[in-house]
Structure formats: structure tokens, C-alpha cells
Unconditional design. Structure first.
Lengths: 495, 239, 424
């Protein structure tokens, strides 16, 4: 019986006595009633005390049993003990008992106990981690300690975790995860405090961690870092901002785009701005902060940012881009065309076609054609037939086999049986055959398209099997024909 | 409505000639009727009666298979006698259980229990498992009697059924069991299942008593592991 | 406390290796260089000894993933079809450069081997529960392909067996963690706020009754064993091989062996949706059936104890007030109220979901797709199925694993298994 019930019983006795006092007929037996009630309360309290002692004994027995199990040699029995560390004996005292076992255990058991304590999540175990990490050079144990800091650590542990980001791969990974996992409002400041003292690589890691923690108060620091002299830091800063920045940060991020080297860094920086613009739930106003930021820029800088504006799209952007295209300055025209070619959807297709017909320069025609090939099959509210028809129309504009192959490759994005029929003739042409086979197997990959059209797909896959020289296409065609799945190789990249 | 009735008539006729390879779409009106009679007891009883009539007639194994599947969903006490007659038939016993196991009435359990006396071997295994799946506490005595069966599959099925029922009486029967060696591991597994049921009901002393008997060194490691984990769980429970 | 008295293969190898060095051990056991390990392969005493059960389509893929690991010693295969059994055996022997791989028709013989630590199971769904439970009873850890269960009753029994014997049991949907990162990130990092609703748009039909005609049973299949606990039906190749899709040309299409595409792809998509929205440790409280309305088809909404709603193929798209993320097959929306980020769980060890399982077999931690999480996803899918079949709303009590006061739905919790197979 819980102690509170005993206390409630005392309160009840007090109330009964008050009733007795108010009623003369009970007063004669008042002392007897009092004695009886007091006896009842004492009995309840005694029972409660005995149960509490029993609970304590039970917990002591559990702690002893767990200690015995996790100190043993059998992995299975140790695992049973670790289960209790994870979820049993919920008291700070028990946590301290479990943590105190750490130095006495074998390395394998230490790692198991550290993992269990981390899952238990009671910070009473933290001092034991600090002691242990100062005592051991065992990489696996250090990894487990660093990982446990994720749930058991606090702001004061940030320096040791940051330092470990430069250690072995295992320690680095563990620290990285824990820095993301640490709870508390002071963690961001603790990371910012060590940031200036770190190498470019470490700063890059920390910026990523801050973004993954969604520490929005650190965005001014990220914007500063976006113009750092070191490209690694700049790229990490823009990448971090792409994860958490909104319209308010766009103006600051423009500096990051302008500071970025042309090529991959610039491309990634532009994408980061687009992400920030698109976080505005008001679709009609998504380009507004970028348009505003452009107004104060020098001509050369504005020519860069207009390309970014094209990536955001929208009617306001289109108006500006059109002004650039119609400008008498050839450079501005080219920047405007590039911006239009960056457009995020197919709404500008008629304009692209019109400009393509008007363009004289081969380079301009090539740029416009590439844009058409890119946007024609983009998934949107257009029916599949319309997307495919546009791609077919684009094919007619192609003069080079490379362009034709690009069209054939892009066709796979339109998942209809008509696309399969569109692709089949290209298998016969040796120049386009492999791309067509690649697109056919990609279409066949989608079971909800393949199964209802099994006969047609089986024929097409037979043609692929007879024609293709590409090992992957052949393997895929073989598997799909007998209804098997194919695991797409995983692309691993930092972003 | 008249149209639906005509379609159902036609489907019931098709069912009489049903066999593997026949067009199952012809039976769709029966499927539709199963759904549409959900809140119309009289219509459902009428449908059940038509299906029972097919079950009792000279139709293919596949047609009877189909009826048993339907009775698993809509069958009532009315279906029990017809289904019970199939329990001892090698080819149809399973599908009879397929229906009887899901019919909640006491009579369905009685029929299964009564069949224990008439079937043996694999058919008995099936009947025991159905009583276990129903959690039929009233059958503990009859099931326990099969624990000593010379057929290890029957003894194991009896133990498993008691492990599914998990009442104190089932636990007692398992504790007293002296099955042939091949069924011993499932007896112990069922005792562990009973201990888990006691734990879930807060009867820690009863649970612990079972675990303490199984934690000794003479038991296989896997059983000791299970018992150790059980004792630990008992200690984790607040009084 | 002395917990282990019986000698295991691993202990034997350790002892033998140590003794051989000191020259005490004189038994004719030859310690090969392979057994001792090298730079890329741990010594045999540290490798996980594995076997595979059901080595067809997906089982073959799993076999490849485990076979390719240096820390796995693959020793046995089991399949009721000779051509797959032999092919799988040859793959193992080719990889191990010996002829030691054993091949079994009956999974119980494989499970009876003392030297095997873990199995992977890639059979049709009607075998999963029995095999996982038997594996646990035999002291094996198990990696089981999704869909983990065929009925609602199977899940708790599988979990109980895993917990009872402290076994590592992992479900087999790799897509839960790998395919929906674009959703998992914004949900777990707090960007969407509290998740309010999800729409799972894709994946198709329920499984159906099979009534294919009888064909002559080929000599290379043990048909009785293939059927196992499922109702007896005559052999037809369309039941058990050919296309593994759900269009009526394989076991995946039929109710005795599978829940159809709804549980097949559903395991991935609802697994992903419940993981992204952080309810994978919960079971729904109801499956609410919405009748077809004009142009809009019928659909079902799962409600969760925390108020989350997961719609299945809701025809009118969610147009919420708060932020949303559209991942194509899955659309998620939250209330937009900033929430502290929470690190999303991931695989332990290296090598995807298979590596996660092997890591956990070694460390005895819970795997990413612990059987309980797989079962919770399956419960959601079984509730969807039952609501569609009954064409009405059903309520679910996760604590009792029953449909309270709903006898009709209660009948669909399980089905009788064909003797001599049973589940307990």
C-alpha cells in the first residue's frame, strides 16, 4: 500500500474526530473510538513500512543479481543483466551502483554496460563516464563512452566531444552523433565557444551539427562563415543554412553565393538559397527576399543572383528575368537566358521553345535545348501524355545523338506504358540502344506499372536481354522478367 | 433486392459445382452477402443455413473448403453439428476447425472437446491446437489427459494448448506433466508462458515459483536464461 | 554465478586454438588458417554461424548479403524446392571454397544443429511465425523477411518467444530506414513540429482466395511442406512460383500465404510512415473506414493513441494549415510548432539492415527493426485489411490484442493452422 494512503488515513481520523466532537451522542465513547482509530492508523503505517522495506530489499536483490550477471563470462546472461540496466530498478541509487561496476568489468562488458547506461538515460552515470574516459585508451571503450555522452552528457562535455572529432574514425563518428544528441539549451553556446579555435574541417563538422540540431539562433554565425576564406567552411555554412534558414536569412546568404567559387560550390550555394526561399509558406512571396536583395547589388553580382532567382521561379521572378532577356546588353541577355533555363518547372516551356526558334548562337540553342529536355518530364499536375508529348516534340529539335540520348534517358521519369512504346524503336538503333535499354529496365522496375502490362514488358525485357551489353541492364531485365526485385545500389555522399 | 437475391441463388448453385479451377468470381455474391448481412441477423442466419445445406450435400472438397471459410466469418451455433461431423475426416478436419475455432459459441468448444475422444495422431494435434487457440479454460482437464500421450506430437500439442490457455489450472497440469522426452521442451516452454501470464496479472510469487524451479544448473542453458530473465522481471515489478 | 557448463562450438574453438599454441591439445582437430582468421576475416570463434531458410527470391538476396560478410560463417541452407536448395548450397560452397554447406528440406533439421547461431527466413508469409518461434526455442537468433506476420495473433507470440529466450529477432524491411530519409529528417529534427497526419498513397490490392486448378506436382518440390500450416490445395505453379507480384500469379496474391500487396509493400511504406512520424512503437486504436463518396474512392484512416492519423490512399489530398512534406508515396504534415530535434535511430554496425542484425547478434542489443516494431507495423496493416474486408470501422485494444465488443472482427484475429502445425 503506498505511503500516501496511510497519510490519507490520518487525515480521515482527524475528520472523524471532528464529527465526534460535534455530535454529543458519540462523546461518551469518544476515547474508545480514538483508541480504535489510532490502532488502525498504526497498523496501516506498520504494513506500509514493511512493504517499503520489502521494496528496498527487492531492489537490492535486483541490483545484486544484475551486477552478478553483467560481471559474468556468458554473453547471453550478461545481456539479460543489461536489459535491467536499460529499464529496471528506476532509482538514482541503482544507476550509481551500475555505473560503479564499470572499472571492474572486462572491456566487452564495459562496452555493453555503457550502451545500457546510455539507453537508461540517467545522468547519475555521467561522473563514471568522465572517470573512465580519462583512464582508457581502448578505442572501442572510448567509442562507447563518447556515444553514451549523447544521452548522459551536458554542455561541459562539448570540448571533449569536439576534441574527439579529430580522433579515430570510430571515435569521430560516436562524437558526431553525441554532439547532435546532447540535450540542453546551453549546448549551442558551448559549440560556438570552441568553433573559432577549430580547424576548417572541424568547423565544417560543427556547422553541420548545429544545423542538424536546428539551432536557429546560431544562423548569424553561419552567415558569417558563409564568406569565410576557406571554401570548406563556406560550403559547410551554406549547406547548414540550407537545412534551417528561411526568408529572413536570404539577404545574408546572397553574400555566400557571391563569395562561392563558380562550379560546384556556387551551385550548392544557390540551391541553399532556393531552400531558404521555399520555406516561405506563401508561395507567391517566395522570390521576394531574393528580389529585394538583388536591388542593392552591383551589375556583375546581380548577373549571378538572377540565375539563382531563376531557380526559385514564380511570376515576380519571371518578370525580372524577362527584362534581362530583353536587355540590349548581350551579357545581361545571356544571364537572363541562363536564369530561365534554371526554371524549376515546365511552366516556361512555351517561352523556351520560342527562344529556341529565335536563337542564332549554337551555344544558346544548346542551353535552351538542355533546359527543355530537363523540364519536359518533370512531375507536376500535367497528365503523363502531355509530358511525353512534350518530350517527343523536344526530340524533334535534337540534332546531336548526345541530345537524343538525353531525351531517351529523361523519358524514364514518365511512368506510363506509352513511354515504353516510345522507347522501343530506339533499342534498334545502335547509337541510342543502351540508353533506351536503361530506360526500359527503369520503367520495368516499378511493379505497379510492370504488372498490369506484363505481356508488353516481358516482350520489351526480352529485347533488352537480346540487345544490351550493359551488365546492370541485363541483370535487371532478367530479374524483372521472373518477377524478382532489384536492389538499387546505395549512393553514399555527405549531403 | 430481388436482383441481389437472384445473384445469391445463382452463386449458391455455382458453389454446388465448385471445384479447383472453377471461376471463383461466380461466388462473389456470397462474399457480398457476408458483408451486407453484417447488421441483419435474420438475413445472415438464412445465408448460414444455405451454406450448411451445401456443406451437408455431396459436393467437392473445394466447395466444402469454401463453405468452411465462410462459416469462419458468419457461422453460429447452428453450424456446429455439421462442422463437428467433419473433425474426424482426414481431408476436411482442418477446414472444419478453420470454422469452429472462430465461432465463439460454447457449443463450438464443446464439439472440439468431444472430438478429442474420437481422433488421434495429427487430427488430435489439430483439435488440441484449436482448443488452445480459443483459450478454452474449460478444456484443461481433457487437454491435460493428452500430455501423457505416447505420440510425441500429441503430447507436445497438448502442452502448447495449455501454454496458450495459461490459467492456474493449466500451469498445475503442466507442472505435474511427465511427457515422453520429445515433448518435454514444449512443456517447459508452456510453463514459461504460464509464468509470463502470472507476471502480467501481478501474481509475482506464482511466476517466481515457476522460474525458480527452472533456473537450476540441471536445466539446459536456454531454459536457465529464460528463468533468469523471468526472476529479474519479477524483481523489477513494484509491489 | 556460473551460467555456462555446456561446451559450445565457439568455446571449443577458443580452447582448441589456445591449446594448440601451448602444445597441450592432442586431438585430431586441424585448425585451418581460415579458422584462425586473417586481416579481413575474424577467427572462426568470433564469426556468427548462419543458415538460411527459404532461399528463393528475397531469401536469395538475404543469403547474398550475409554470405558476403567476413564475420559470418554460412553453413547451411533449407528450401522445400530442390533447385533453389541446390543453387543456394552451390553459392555457399563456391564462396567458402569447400563442399561443407549442408542442405535441408525440413527447417527443423537445420534448427536442431547446435553449431548454428542465427538464421535468416525468407519463406512465404504463412511460415514466418512458426519458424521464428521455433528458431527462438532452438536458441537461434533470427532475421525474418517482411511481412513478419500473416495474422494479428502471430505477432505477440513471436515477440514473446524472442523475449522469453533473449533472442535477437529482426524484421526484414530495409526500406523503413533507407527509403524515406527525406521524410525522417524533417520529422525527427522538429521542422514539422508535432506530426498530425500522414497520407500513404501507394500500394495495392488485398490478397484473394486462390482457386487455381490442380497440376501434376513436380518432383523437385515438397508440396506438403510448402503448404505447411496453410489449408490444403493442389499444386499449381501459379501458387508458388513465377511472378512474385500481387497480380494473381504467385503466392503473394493469395490469402492463405500472404496479405497481398497491402502487407507486402505496406510493410515498407507503413513501416516508413510510422518510423518517420515516430509512432513505430505504438499500435493504432482504430481503423476508420470512409465509404466511397462520388468520384472519391473508399479509404481507411488509422488513428493512433497520440492523436496522429495515418490515411491509406486518401483520395482528397491533405491540404493542411501547417507545414508539410511530400515524399511522393508518403505525405506528412505537422503543426509547425517548433520542437526539439530528436536523433533518429539508425543501424548499428556496418552493412545496412543485415549488418545491423549481425552487430546485434554479437552485442545482444536490440536491432533497428526489432521484431516488436515489425509487428506493430503489421498490426496497422492487418487492421487496414480487416476494415476493408468488413467495409466498416474497427476499434483495436493493443493491451488485450482484441477488437473490444466486436465479435465479427474478432474472428479475423487468427485462423486455424493445418495439422500437424500449430502456434503457441
Amino acid at each position: 500500500m503506498p505511503r500516501t494512503e496511510a497519510l490519507e488515513s490520518v487525515a480521515l481520523v482527524t475528520k472523524v474526530l471532528a464529527v465526534v466532537k460535534r455530535n454529543p451522542q458519540y462523546r461518551l465513547n469518544c476515547h474508545r473510538i480514538v483508541i480504535a482509530l489510532v490502532a488502525i492508523v498504526l497498523a496501516i503505517m506498520l504494513l506500509d513500512w514493511r512493504l517499503a522495506v520489502a521494496d528496498d530489499n527487492q531492489q537490492d536483490e535486483l541490483i545484486k543479481m544484475v551486477a552478478d550477471l553483467i560481471s559474468g563470462e556468458d554473453k547471453d546472461f550478461r545481456a539479460v543483466g543489461f536489459e535491467s540496466v536499460r529499464s529496471g530498478a528506476k532509482s538514482a541509487e541503482a544507476t550509481r551502483h551500475f555505473a560503479a561496476l564499470l572499472p571492474k568489468l572486462s572491456p566487452e562488458s564495459q562496452i555493453g554496460l555503457l550502451s545500457a547506461l546510455a539507453d537508461r538515460g540517467d545522468r547519475e552515470a555521467r561522473p563514471a563516464l568522465i572517470t573512465l574516459i580519462s583512464m582508457t585508451q581502448n578505442e572501442a571503450i572510448r567509442e562507447a563512452i563518447l556515444r553514451a555522452f549523447g544521452t548522459l552528457g551536458e554542455a561541459a562535455d562539448v570540448p571533449v566531444l569536439v576534441k574527439s572529432l579529430s580522433a579515430s574514425q570510430r571515435e569521430r563518428t560516436a562524437s558526431h552523433i553525441s554532439l547532435k544528441q546532447l540535450q540542453g539549451t546551453e549546448i549551442a553556446n558551448a559549440i560556438l565557444a570552441v568553433l573559432p579555435t577549430c580547424s576548417a574541417e572541424l568547423q565544417s563538422d560543427l556547422l553541420e551539427i548545429l544545423a542538424d540540431r536546428r539551432e536557429t539562433t546560431t544562423m548569424p554565425v553561419m552567415i558569417q562563415a558563409a564568406v569565410n576564406k576557406d571554401a570548406i567552411v563556406r560550403t559547410a555554412a551554406m549547406r547548414a543554412l540550407s537545412k534551417i534558414a528561411g526568408p529572413e536569412q536570404v539577404a545574408g546568404m546572397v553574400c555566400g553565393v557571391l563569395r562561392a567559387e563558380t562550379g560546384r560550390e556556387r551551385d550548392e550555394a544557390e540551391r541553399a538559397i532556393v531552400s531558404a526561399c521555399l520555406r516561405n509558406p506563401d508561395v507567391t512571396a517566395q522570390a521576394a527576399p531574393l528580389i529585394q536583395a538583388m536591388q542593392g547589388l552591383a551589375a556583375a553580382d546581380a548577373a549571378v543572383i538572377v540565375g539563382t532567382l531563376g531557380r526559385v521561379g514564380g511570376p515576380d521572378s519571371l518578370q525580372i528575368v524577362e527584362t534581362w532577356i530583353k536587355d540590349s546588353d548581350a551579357g545581361k541577355q545571356q544571364s537572363g537566358l541562363r536564369a530561365l533555363c534554371n526554371w524549376p518547372n515546365a511552366s516556361i516551356v512555351p517561352r523556351l521553345l520560342e527562344l529556341f526558334q529565335q536563337a542564332d548562337l549554337p551555344a544558346t540553342r544548346a542551353m535552351l535545348l538542355a533546359a527543355l529536355i530537363r523540364v519536359a518530364p518533370l512531375p507536376d499536375e500535367r497528365p503523363n501524355q502531355e509530358r511525353l508529348a512534350l518530350l517527343e516534340k523536344t526530340l524533334l529539335l535534337c540534332q546531336e545523338n548526345d541530345d537524343r540520348n538525353r531525351v531517351i534517358e529523361r523519358a524514364r521519369a514518365i511512368r506510363t506504358i506509352e513511354t515504353l512504346r516510345f522507347l522501343l524503336p530506339f533499342v534498334e538503333n545502335p547509337v541510342t540502344s543502351e540508353k533506351a535499354c536503361g530506360s526500359i529496365v527503369e520503367l520495368a522496375h516499378h511493379r505497379d506499372l510492370r504488372e498490369p502490362n506484363k505481356l508488353e514488358f516481358d516482350k520489351a525485357l526480352d529485347i533488352v536481354l537480346a540487345t544490351s551489353k550493359n551488365a546492370e541492364s541485363l541483370e535487371r531485365a532478367k530479374r524483372y522478367k521472373i518477377g524478382q526485385t532489384w536492389e538499387r545500389p546505395k549512393v553514399t555522399s555527405k549531403q | 433486392m430481388a436482383d441481389d437475391a437472384a445473384k445469391l441463388d445463382s452463386a449458391c448453385e455455382a458453389l454446388k459445382a465448385y471445384n479447383w479451377g472453377a471461376d471463383k468470381n461466380a461466388l462473389q455474391p456470397i462474399e457480398d452477402a457476408i458483408v451486407s448481412t453484417s447488421s441483419d441477423a435474420a438475413a445472415r442466419a438464412a445465408l448460414e443455413a444455405r451454406l450448411i445445406a451445401v456443406l451437408e450435400s455431396d459436393v467437392s472438397r473445394d466447395a466444402k473448403d469454401y463453405v468452411c471459410r465462410a462459416l469462419a466469418v458468419i457461422g453460429s451455433t447452428a453450424s456446429v453439428p455439421s462442422l463437428a461431423t467433419l473433425l474426424a475426416k482426414e481431408e476436411l478436419s482442418h477446414m472444419a476447425r478453420f470454422a469452429l475455432e472462430r465461432i465463439p459459441s460454447v457449443q463450438a468448444a464443446d464439439a472440439l472437446r468431444a472430438a478429442l475422444a474420437t481422433v488421434s495422431g495429427d487430427l488430435k494435434v489439430g483439435v488440441l491446437s484449436s482448443l488452445g487457440n480459443r483459450g478454452d479454460a474449460a478444456s484443461v482437464t481433457q487437454i491435460a489427459a493428452a500430455l501423457g500421450d505416447a505420440d510425441s506430437k500429441v503430447a507436445a500439442a497438448a502442452a502448447a494448448a495449455l501454454g496458450s490457455i495459461r490459467t492456474p489450472e493449466a500451469a498445475k497440469a503442466l507442472a505435474a506433466a511427465k511427457p515422453i522426452a520429445a515433448a518435454m521442451s514444449i512443456v517447459i516452454d508452456s510453463r514459461l508462458a504460464c509464468a509470463e501470464a502470472f507476471l502480467a496479472q501481478g501474481k509475482m510469487e506464482d511466476a517466481r515459483a515457476i522460474y525458480m524451479l527452472l533456473v537450476g544448473e540441471s536445466n539446459p542453458k536456454l531454459i536457465r536464461l529464460a528463468a533468469t530473465r523471468g526472476i529479474q522481471t519479477c524483481l523489477e515489478q513494484k509491489r | 554465478m556460473n551460467h555456462g557448463t555446456s561446451s559450445t562450438r565457439r568455446e571449443f574453438l577458443k580452447t582448441a586454438t589456445g591449446a594448440a599454441v601451448t602444445g597441450v591439445f592432442a586431438a585430431p582437430y586441424i585448425i585451418t588458417s581460415k579458422a584462425l582468421g586473417d586481416d579481413t576475416t575474424p577467427p572462426a570463434s568470433d564469426r556468427i554461424v548462419m543458415g538460411g531458410i527459404g532461399i528463393g527470391n528475397q531469401g536469395g538476396g538475404d543469403q547474398g548479403a550475409f554470405l558476403g560478410r567476413g564475420d559470418v560463417q554460412y553453413v547451411a541452407v533449407c528450401d522445400v524446392r530442390k533447385k533453389w536448395r541446390d543453387g543456394a548450397k552451390d553459392r555457399v560452397n563456391g564462396r567458402n571454397k569447400n563442399s561443407d554447406c549442408a542442405a535441408y528440406n525440413d527447417f527443423r533439421e537445420l534448427l536442431a544443429r547446435d553449431d548454428i547461431d542465427a538464421v535468416h527466413i525468407g519463406t512465404p508469409d504463412h511460415w514466418h511465425a512458426i519458424m521464428v518461434i521455433e528458431a527462438c526455442r532452438a536458441g537461434k537468433d533470427a532475421y525474418c523477411q517482411k511481412p513478419e506476420t500473416l495474422t494479428l495473433r502471430e505477432g505477440p507470440l513471436m515477440i514473446a518467444a524472442a523475449r522469453r529466450y533473449s533472442r535477437i529477432v529482426s524484421g526484414g524491411s530495409q526500406r523503413v530506414r533507407e527509403d524515406f530519409n527525406n521524410l525522417v529528417g524533417p520529422c525527427w529534427n522538429g521542422e514539422l513540429g508535432a506530426i498530425k497526419s500522414v497520407n500513404v498513397r501507394d500500394f495495392g490490392p488485398l490478397s484473394q482466395l486462390c482457386n487455381l486448378p490442380a497440376q501434376e506436382t513436380p518432383a523437385d518440390i515438397d508440396w506438403e511442406m510448402w503448404l505447411g500450416p496453410a489449408p490444403w490445395q493442389p499444386y499449381n505453379s501459379g501458387r508458388c512460383d513465377g511472378n512474385f507480384g500481387t497480380g494473381g500469379n504467385s503466392w503473394r496474391s493469395y490469402v492463405d500465404y500472404s496479405g497481398g500487396s497491402l502487407t507486402d509493400w505496406g510493410a515498407h511504406l507503413f513501416g516508413g510512415a510510422t518510423f518517420a512520424s515516430d509512432v513505430c512503437e505504438l499500435q493504432p486504436t482504430a481503423a476508420v473506414f470512409h465509404k466511397a463518396d462520388g468520384q472519391l474512392g473508399a479509404y481507411v484512416t488509422l488513428t493512433y493513441p497520440n492523436g496522429l492519423e495515418i490515411h491509406h490512399r486518401r483520395p482528397d489530398q491533405l491540404k493542411p494549415e501547417g507545414p508539410q512534406i511530400d515524399g511522393g508515396k508518403i505525405q506528412i504534415h505537422g503543426d509547425g510548432v517548433k520542437r526539439d530535434p530528436k536523433p533518429a535511430p539508425g543501424y548499428k554496425g556496418g552493412g545496412g539492415i543485415h549488418g545491423d542484425f549481425i552487430h546485434c547478434v554479437k552485442t545482444r542489443e536490440k536491432p533497428f527493426r526489432d521484431i516488436e516494431l515489425g509487428v506493430n507495423t503489421m498490426v496497422a496493416l492487418h487492421l487496414l485489411t480487416i476494415a476493408y474486408r468488413l467495409q466498416r470501422t474497427v476499434k483495436w485494444d493493443a493491451a488485450t490484442q482484441q477488437f473490444p465488443g466486436d465479435e465479427e472482427a474478432g474472428r479475423m484475429v487468427d485462423r486455424a493452422r493445418r495439422q500437424p502445425w500449430f502456434l503457441s
